[in-house]
Ligand binder design. Structure first.
Ligand code: C2E
Ligand code: MG
Ligand code: MG
Length: 448
């Protein structure tokens, strides 16, 4: 009996071959095309030892656009990217779609780093022009990872892995970055990965600790609260600064777990202090972009039993800027529950006075960079003076950070600065030492 359906169309061997090697969406070659081309080129170059270069480019921020405008718009952008890439790559070069929003290039005539960077810059510029989606335009940037044969790998797999390592580094450094693989970069990435693993283990093992630094009233030197500062000592790596491991946890997406542990420990310690002392806790910028932050903080406080009125959160201007709407909501919700907000490191970063007007803060912490030079540098003195006056006018509390000497402290007293913090008053210390500090420095303090 004959089958009732249409006969299968005849597909030639060549057509099958072409289908297996091409990406149906963009019409570019796919990852198999890349592999074969690289192998072929490597075989040719084995006799003629001239280098060549491969590159992987990944679109920055493609996923949110895809989620927001739909897969059809996403596909349209990928096609436009493919079109631009085909038009701009140098003669003899090949572009393929690697996967998702990732494209790859083979550049037979790029032999060294500066050449690779130049091409990367050119492609980056081409991709940064707006994409027309009919009813709207969107902009995208791209990150690049280059690997040069044979230094970055003698076969396809190794070369690709090197390009991926370079791309990974670009991604970690933000948008629109270009990285050419080198041994140093591989080392740097390896160290970061080791650090990440060690930190993840330390969080699980509850080995990341918090120390506390006193914040005092400048007029009488009496302690009014403590800032919690994360501390981590690894068996192999030694003491690692929070300025290193906090951003790493942010980048690798586990700042929530880290911060929750730290807040829990800090809040538990604060329970043994006199009730009128506040706990100041640093919030990372990633947390101010995450709408779940309010709930996480409040539930941690509830579990520990610390009154939200005793908590202050230190945030930075950069964090407020990056995701203003979400940050605003988090700040408003937390303040409604009694949590107070301090603007940390004021005066550095992209300070904007408008920010002070638009957002509701309770306190400003003047950065150590100004405070440490207050007695030796007239400009710093004037800046600190102006910040103090501004805070008075705006009804904001003010803390000078990084007070190291009696002269600094005295100058700040003269200028009418409300609160101070720094080695002069006390270095960060663990919870047991903090209790001892309170016994020595706090009137009528007895441990329960
Ligand atoms: P920060 O919040 O501005 O903290 C003040 C930093 O200045 C601390 O450094 C503190 O030890 C140091 N410091 C205090 N007084 C003096 C002084 O008189 N002289 C000098 N030279 N330094 C002083 P640390 O502990 O290394 O923390 C660095 C940064 O890491 C912090 O800056 C904060 O941004 C971040 N960080 C620390 N702990 C946490 C945390 O639990 N969560 C988050 N998200 N970030 C944290
Ligand atoms: Mg701070
Ligand atoms: Mg600070």
């Amino acid at each position: 009996m004959k089958s009732a359906g249409n006969p299968l169309p005849q597909v030639s061997q060549n057509e099958l071959q072409a289908m297996a090697y091409s990406d149906p969406l963009t019409g570019l070659g796919n990852r198999y095309r890349l592999r074969d081309k690289v192998r072929l080129l490597a075989a040719e170059r084995a006799q003629d030892p001239a280098p060549f270069t491969i590159c992987i480019a990944n679109l920055d921020g493609f996923k949110p656009i895809n989620d927001l405008f739909g897969a059809e718009a996403g596909d349209e952008i990928l096609c436009q990217v493919a079109h631009r890439l085909k038009a701009c790559i140098p003669d003899g070069a090949t572009v393929t779609r690697h996967e998702g929003d990732e494209f790859a290039f083979i550049l037979p005539l790029v032999f060294e780093r500066t050449g690779a960077e130049r091409i990367g810059q050119m492609i980056k510029d081409v991709l940064s022009a707006p994409y027309d989606l009919g009813d709207r335009n969107v902009r995208l940037s791209a990150s690049f990872g280059f690997a040069i044969y044979p230094f970055a790998g003698a076969d396809f797999e190794e070369l690709l892995k090197s390009a991926e390592t370079a791309l990974y580094r670009s991604k970690r450094r933000g948008r629109g970055q270009i990285t050419v693989y080198s041994r140093e970069i591989a080392q740097e990435m390896k160290r970061a990965t080791q650090l990440e693993q060690a930190l993840r283990n330390a969080i699980i093992a509850d080995a990341v600790d918090v120390h506390f630094q006193p914040i005092v009233g400048v007029a009488d030197g009496a302690v009014v609260g403590f800032e919690a500062l994360a501390r981590w000592i690894d068996a192999d790596l030694g003491s690692v600064s929070p300025a290193v491991f906090v951003p790493l946890a942010e980048e690798r997406g586990f700042i929530d777990a880290l911060s929750e542990t730290l807040l829990r420990k800090a809040a538990e310690a604060a329970l043994s202090w006199p009730r009128e002392l506040f706990l100041s806790f640093n919030l990372s910028s990633a947390q101010l972009m995450d709408p779940g932050t309010t709930e996480t903080i409040l539930s941690t406080l509830a579990r520990v039993g610390l009154d939200p009125y005793r908590l202050e959160l230190e945030i930075t201007e950069t964090a407020v800027m990056t995701s203003a709407d979400t940050a605003q909501r988090i700040i408003t919700d937390l303040r409604r529950q009694g949590v107070r907000i301090a603007l940390d490191d004021f005066g550095t970063g992209q300070s904007s006075l408008g920010r002070l007007r638009d957002f509701t803060f309770d306190k400003v912490k003047i950065d150590r960079a100004f405070v440490s030079r207050i007695t030796t540098d007239r400009a710093s003195e004037h800046i600190v003076k102006a910040i103090i006056a501004m805070c008075q006018g705006l009804d904001l509390e003010v803390v000078a950070e990084g007070i190291e000497t009696w002269t600094d402290a005295n100058k700040l007293k003269e200028l009418g600065c409300g609160m101070g913090q720094g080695y002069f008053y006390g270095k960060p210390a663990d919870s047991a030492a903090t209790l001892r500090y309170l016994h020595e420095h706090y009137r009528d303090f007895v441990t329960l």
